[in-house]
Each structure stands twice: as structure tokens, then as C-alpha cells.
Write a protein that binds this ligand. Structure first.
Ligand SMILES: Nc1ncnc2c1ncn2[C@@H]1O[C@H](COP(=O)(O)OP(=O)(O)O)[C@@H](O)[C@H]1O
Ligand SMILES: [Mg+2]
Length: 221
């Protein structure tokens, strides 16, 4: 589904590349954890995979198409859903409105289907009262579940998350990882998440470590 072809990135100069000539393949139906020390370049890598930034050299292919040719804006709208550490919800809306607007923006198959959005939120443990009040009144764990529910109601086949459990306690971390596994296995999407928590990485189908400017597989599918 997603392939990097000699992917190279640096911020300041080519001789200080964060990584160089990286070839990785990610498949639909599996979850992948990217691990590595702080400052090693994990966020940079997922930003490239999510089409938020352009490679310095090399390409990223989505279903065999160079995302630069698809156009990064079109790629982000149609093909990839992103979950950040800090939820990234519309703060002036309810959980339900957040899902409905994401479905409208991305032209999802279930666009406009309020019952479908409600059903998804119910499955994630939000009551009808909770889903219709402002998202800022929800706990951190609930807000992160809403951010994940938003990727579930949209059709993007690729889900990218940067430290999605970074702010959560153990129970909420468990719930969130279970959801990502469900997205990969039941919705047949490709889930790529960055984490510094070994317990989170362990529960993913595959683990890739970024160290010394190289990505190595610690666990393969
Ligand atoms: N916009 C930027 N300009 C210059 N350097 C940056 C920028 N963003 C990140 N960096 C540097 O690139 C390196 C990798 O950052 P990052 O991808 O955020 O790592 P990680 O997510 O693994 O902690 C770090 O040394 C960081 O300071
Ligand atoms: Mg980071």
C-alpha cells in the first residue's frame, strides 16, 4: 500500500541527513510501530508519510503512485487520516460534529449519516450526552478516542499517528491500541504509529526501529 523509495530527509544540510535512502513497505491490514530515541527523526518520518512535508530525495508511493504526483493536498484529503498526540479536534464542536465534519470534508461514503457517526462513538464508550457536548468537556482519553473514531468513519486507507498514547493513562492506552488494531484488522487499513512506549509497540503487528539514521525491522509481519 505504502512504499518509500530511497527516502532521504535533512533539515539543515545534506551531510546532516536524519535518514538516507530508506526503503520500507507498509501493507493494508496491519499495524506498524516506529520506535527510536527522542530526536531521531520519527515525527519527521511520519510527517513525510502523511504528506505534510516533502522528501529531500527519494519518493513515497501510495498504491504505486508517487504522492508528489497525486499532489500532497489531495493525498492528505483522500488517502490518509492523521492522529496527533494532542487530539487535533475542532475545539468549538461536539464529538459528533467533529466526526460529521470530517466525513463531509473527506467526502466519505457515510457522509451525512449521523446515526453511523453516533454508533461509532457509542462503540468507543461515549454516551449520547457526551458526544453532543463540546469536546473540551471530555477527558483526554475520550478526546483521543474521538480523534480515532474520526479516522474510522472516514475512508482513508492509511492511518498515521504520532505518539497517540503519549498523554494517556494505562487504561486509555489499552483502549486506544485496541482501536488501532481493529482499524487495521477489521477495516483492512494500514496503521503506522510512532511510540516511545515498548508496551504499545509490542502490541503492533510489526516494529521498526530508527537508530543511527537507519530503520531496522525489530518485528516483521
Ligand atoms: N523544523 C525543524 N527545523 C530544524 N530541525 C528540526 C525541525 N524539526 C525537527 N528538527 C530536528 O530534527 C531531529 C528529529 O526531530 P523529530 O523528527 O521531531 O524526532 P523525534 O520525533 O524522533 O523525536 C531533531 O534533532 C530535531 O531537533
Ligand atoms: Mg516526535
Amino acid at each position: 500500500m505504502l512504499t518509500t523509495d530511497k527516502l532521504t530527509y535533512w533539515y539543515t544540510s545534506a551531510d546532516q541527513a536524519l535518514f538516507k535512502d530508506v526503503d520500507l513497505t507498509f501493507e493494508a491490514g496491519y499495524s506498524y510501530a516506529i520506535v527510536g530515541q527522542s530526536g531521531s527523526g520519527k515525527t519527521t518520518m511520519v510527517s513525510l508519510l502523511a504528506g505534510l512535508d516533502k522528501p529531500r530525495a527519494g519518493r513515497i508511493l501510495f498504491a504505486d503512485h508517487d504522492i508528489a504526483k497525486i499532489g500532497l493536498a489531495a493525498y492528505r484529503r483522500q488517502d490518509v487520516a492523521i492522529v496527533f498526540q494532542a487530539y487535533n479536534l475542532f475545539t468549538y464542536m461536539s464529538a459528533l460534529e467533529n466526526l460529521l465534519s470530517a466525513m463531509a470534508i473527506t467526502n466519505a461514503a457515510h457522509k451525512g449519516d449521523k446515526d453511523y457517526a453516533k454508533e461509532m462513538l457509542r462503540k468507543l464508550g461515549l454516551s449520547d450526552a457526551q458526544m453532543t457536548k463540546n469536546v473540551q468537556k471530555l477527558s483526554g482519553g475520550q478526546q483521543q478516542r474521538v480523534a480515532i473514531a474520526r479516522t474510522m468513519v472516514c475512508d482513508a486507507p492509511l492511518v498515521v499517528a504520532d505518539e497517540p498514547t503519549g498523554n494517556l493513562d494505562e487504561d486509555n492506552t489499552d483502549a486506544v491500541i485496541a482501536l488501532f488494531q481493529q482499524i487495521a484488522h477489521e477495516q483492512n487499513k494500514c496503521v503506522i504509529l510512532v511510540t516511545h512506549e515498548p508496551a504499545v509497540a509490542e502490541r503492533c503487528d510489526a516494529v521498526i526501529r530508527l537508530a543511527n539514521k537507519r530503520f531496522t525491522w525489530e518485528k516483521t509481519i
